[in-house]
Design a protein around this ligand. Sequence first.
Ligand SMILES: [Zn+2]
Length: 466
Amino acid sequence: MGELGTMRKVFRVTARVGILLAAAVVILVSGGLEAAAEMVLVEPLAARARRAGLRVLAGRHLVLATDRPVRDGDGVEELPAVFDQAFAAWCDHFGVDPADHPDWQCFGCLVVDRERFRSAGLLPDAIPGFSNGFCDDNRFWLMDQPNPAYRRHLLLHEGAHAFTLTLRRLATPVWYNEGIAEFLATHRLEASGDGRQPTFRHTPMPDRPEDVEQLGRIEEIESLRASGTAPALNDVLALSVEEHETIADYATSWAAVAMFAGHPRYATDFEALQRGPLRRDFNRRLAGMASWDADRARRDFDAVTADLDYGWDFNRMAIDWSAGQLLAGPRSIAVDASRGWQNSGFAVAAGRRYTVTAAGRIGVGEVTDETDGAATPLESEPDGITLQWYRGRPVGRLLAGQWVTPANGGRPRFEVVAEGRRAELEPLVDGTLYFKVNQAPGRLADDRGRYAVEVRPRRPAATGRQ
Ligand SMILES: [Zn+2]
């Protein structure tokens, strides 16, 4: 977690000697032009751990030493195998060929009692007093956690640091250091049918809370938005190592990396950027991407944090920010049930009034009969269905929205200005009108069809007689 960044410089200067004494160091050269990475030899550390009576669990890419007592079903035994699967996913993310690194290995310590590791010579005094975890090249430490999913996440977070520091020579600004570690660590563990080793699935955007117990990144961003304290993209990108320390910092750094990696506007450029050098000029190179436009990126990030939820689908939730033409007469638009906020192509004026009418029938997924498993399609009209609700409104309900900056502060967001089959609309601001069908972002892919919507300016009210 955070200790990587803040303490790293201190550690670099003062602790390297200790590490050199603790174990032999081997120099690996990855790629002709890349700088040499210092990798601590793992086997002497593992031998030291065994001599100290610690449990040592070995996979191909991770050797894990722990003082946690053996407990059936706690998932600790399977961590090295999960790590090996994650290693393959990380290679894939960066376009690294795992066949080039068959012997890449790191040494992790899963710590209940720091003193046991200290006295075994596996936790040098020079290592700063971390609260959750700490990584130095291919060594990491993490404090044991009661929740297996969160323990696994922290282990993979530190492992992702080890991977990026050694195989990618990462030295980027802290939002990317921490954001990419969170991004690479976020996963779901799928049980195998035959009771063998479960399977690691990299899910940078988790599908549901049960997949990432105790992680709370999405909930953290929701609460930042609710309290009006969510950062703008520029604030996230500009965070210094010293400032990056709270859960909110981790959550927003993760969200920034997830957006650039997943949003159709940036995904291709960002993949190329990440596969290039990960150096201190990373923000400058980000701003040099062909798809970069600072204002638009800031709005895209605000739109993500405003409505973020499990199963977020960047393709379906991408927003067209182009300015609409001021509406002079009646206009029609087809609103797609399978997308987030859609630009109507026209703008409305504050102080005027409009009538919105909608018609049609859409598919909003299905319900499964618990007794016979039969699926019944669910259909909706513009008022929505009463069977399912999302964020305080019926699923399937037509929503009209405007992008506004809240009067009481906080980042801009979409505000609903009209809804349902027939509504009077009083714009909050001069600006483009957007529409969507109310639905959880993670369920949009199940939805089908369009509503036909008409927006009609009303005549200005007659001035009263004096
Ligand atoms: Zn970290």
